[in-house]
Design a protein around this ligand. Structure first.
Ligand code: PLP
Length: 413
């Protein structure tokens, strides 16, 4: 977390609420992934945080871009990523999306209809497109708090693995598209290296099937990822050393990789940027209601939605609350609220609420904080991923939070 002198300087210049993103934390996370997965190309999932400075940093570090919309393709392009390093994957693309991105990204078709649409659009333009296909494999990673590999499930993403052979003939009739890659992504926030290893192993098997049975000349395999971060004290981080050894052995044993020089791609968002972000706001009122103390801040649910979602889940049922519903909900206690300038002072029980006309606007319910005072600066951690980008900041027409990128002692909006 940035030191309070820097935070004070920034909030003095820009006001509240505000997101701060720290480049040195992103740099640390990028090097962890690069070291743990040496044979792999890392693609940054722009949806996690499309901030232009973050995208530019990722491109300067030699990462690729995982874009989830035509607009994200444009953002990636503007941030300096090459066409070959931008994969555009999302369900429900329109003809306009395809036309606008054909020359700027490698499109990952999400269905057979979409493959046909890309083929028709290319035929009209006298082009041939090298595309990927997203596959919903015959296994999944469960959504419980301790994920496991399980049987394939139905999904709105991609095409089912078992439908591939039936559609082989159809795919071969498409003269203007060639499938050069496959893409799989099953879930986020995996912290167990053994599950990650088993997941990667299964995708290598799937890629093998695509090469041998579908006769695809693959030049990339996009494994997705799902690398998690420890949100709460009970979470243990991925053991990167173990994963690195497992992955090295796995890759070394892949005949198809050595033979065909296939690019191995992983996508990551949360792991790269979540811990680099903090959300700061100011306490504007303090009140008590029937024994409960409230600190009122600006930019609660509308500035940073996910902590409030956490409190909504808390009310629904503990059973439900233990499951991550990504990317909206990572589990209980994923975000810590603090008053950094007053660390060490006696604590009292407080709820931190925003200034919206809904009681679900709660950044923190019943947490221990130093006795809150009007004017205190309040900080929420883990605000780099799915935070600014996933918050309904137009609700009640309050001003949007600003976003500031910090590089050493310099900061820019
Ligand atoms: C297709 C795809 N790739 C990558 C990501 C990024 O996942 P994470 O933030 O867990 O790294 C997501 C997240 O939803 C996704 O849907």
């Amino acid at each position: 977390m940035a030191d309070m002198t820097t935070v004070d300087r920034i909030v003095c210049d820009y006001g509240f609420p505000i997101y701060l993103y720290e480049e040195d934390v992103i740099a640390r996370q990028v090097s962890i992934l690069k070291e743990a997965l040496p044979g792999f190309n890392i693609f940054y999932s722009i949806k996690t945080n499309p901030n232009k400075h973050i995208c530019r940093y990722m491109s300067n570090q030699g990462l690729g871009a995982d874009a989830a919309s035509a607009n994200e393709v444009m953002k990636a392009y503007e941030a300096g990523f090459d066409k070959k390093d931008i994969l555009y994957s999302s369900p429900g693309k329109t003809a306009e999306d395809i036309i606008n991105t054909l020359d700027k990204a490698v499109i990952i078709a999400d269905s057979y209809n979409e493959l046909a649409m890309i083929n028709d659009l290319c035929a009209q333009q006298g082009k041939k497109a090298a595309v990927g296909l997203r596959i919903n494999p015959n296994f999944t990673v469960t959504m419980g708090s301790a994920p496991e590999i399980a049987e394939g499930a139905s999904s709105k993403f991609g095409v089912d693995e078992e439908s591939l052979l039936d559609n082989k003939g159809f795919i071969e009739t498409l003269q203007c598209v060639e499938i050069i890659g496959i893409h799989v992504y099953l879930r986020s926030q995996i912290l167990d290296e053994n599950v990650l290893y088993a997941y990667f192993k299964r995708i290598f098997e799937l890629a093998s099937t695509c090469i041998t049975q579908m006769n695809w000349n693959l030049s990339f395999i996009d494994f997705g990822g799902g690398f998690g971060i420890p949100y709460t004290k009970g979470d243990s981080a991925i053991n990167w050393q173990t994963l690195q050894l497992q992955m090295q052995e796995l890759v070394d044993n892949q005949a198809i990789v050595a033979k065909d020089k296939i690019r191995l791609i992983i996508e990551s968002g949360r792991f790269l940027v979540s811990e680099a972000g903090s959300f700061y706001t100011k306490i504007v009122d303090v009140k008590e209601s029937r024994g409960q103390k409230f600190a009122i801040v600006h930019g609660g649910l509308n500035g940073f939605l996910r902590p409030s979602i956490m409190n909504i889940f808390r009310q629904i049922s503990l059973n439900e609350a233990s499951k991550p519903f990504e990317p909206l909900f990572s589990g209980l206690n994923a975000f810590e609220v603090s008053i950094p300038a007053r660390q060490g002072e006696p604590l009292e029980l407080v709820s931190v609420a925003g200034n919206l006309c809904t009681s679900t606007d709660l950044l923190a319910k019943d947490v221990y904080l130093p006795k809150p005072r009007i004017g205190d600066i309040l900080c929420v951690n883990n605000a780099g991923a799915y935070s600014y980008t996933l918050s309904p900041y137009d609700f009640a027409s309050h001003p949007r939070p600003r976003e500031i990128y910090i590089n050493d002692d310099k900061y820019i909006e």
